[in-house]
Design a protein around this ligand. Structure first.
Ligand code: MN3
Length: 210
């Protein structure tokens, strides 16, 4: 049996209000994410990929059928998404803030460029801040449940954070006002976890160079 499970949520489903409602979190975490996990396990049964770790499934997504690709991506993306949200978010700081300011001129300009990237994405998908294999910060989007760790991604890199652009992530709270949802996101994005991911990525890149 494939060992995947719905991750523990480190806050309650009502804690991100008013930015993300309890109703949205209940459907999103308890229904959508639970569904991705169940379908991933089901799809892996009787496939030759049953023992593969999640990162391996993503790295070789091009080999997999749509059902494994979509649900492995769905599980990874949502696990990351819950981990970077917090009712008491820490603002950007330290090395990552310095790198953001160097790459995007200022934190405000970074937010604008991220929002523009996310708004320009048509249909379901995700908007990402990634760090590429050269250590450069990049903004990118992926369709459906794809992500920048997949071999099929146009722009590859290590995701520092992602924003869910599926309508199920915002329609109950913002209807068609995707821009308001993106604005609200900054109020619950916690840079503690994002900075930890940045640190891990830099160490990983350095270990490959030296
Ligand atoms: Mn979602």
């Amino acid at each position: 049996m494939a060992q995947f499970e719905l991750p523990y949520l480190p806050y309650s489903t009502s804690d991100l209000e008013p930015y993300i409602s309890e109703a949205t979190m209940e459907v999103h975490y308890n229904k959508h994410h639970r569904g991705y996990v169940a379908k991933l396990i089901q799809a892996l049964e009787d496939s030759k990929y049953e023992d593969w770790p999640l990162v391996e499934l993503l790295a070789r997504a091009s080999l997999l059928g749509d059902k494994i690709r979509n649900n492995a991506g769905g599980h990874f993306n949502h696990t990351l998404f819950w981990s970077i949200l917090s009712p008491e978010p820490i603002k950007p700081y330290g090395k990552l803030l310095n790198q953001i300011e160097a790459a995007f001129e200022s934190y405000e300009s970074f937010q604008e460029q991220f929002a523009r990237k996310a708004m320009s994405h048509f249909g379901s998908g995700w908007a990402w801040l990634i760090i590429d294999s050269d250590g450069i910060l990049q903004l990118t989007t992926t369709a459906n449940q794809d992500n920048p760790l997949m071999d099929v991604a146009e722009q590859k890199g290590y995701p520092l954070f992602g924003l869910d652009l599926w309508e199920h992530a915002y329609y109950l709270d913002y209807q068609n006002n995707k821009a308001d949802y993106i604005d609200a996101f900054w109020n619950v994005l916690d840079w503690t976890e994002v900075s930890k991911r940045h640190q891990d990525a830099l160490l990983n890149i350095a270990s490959k160079i030296t």
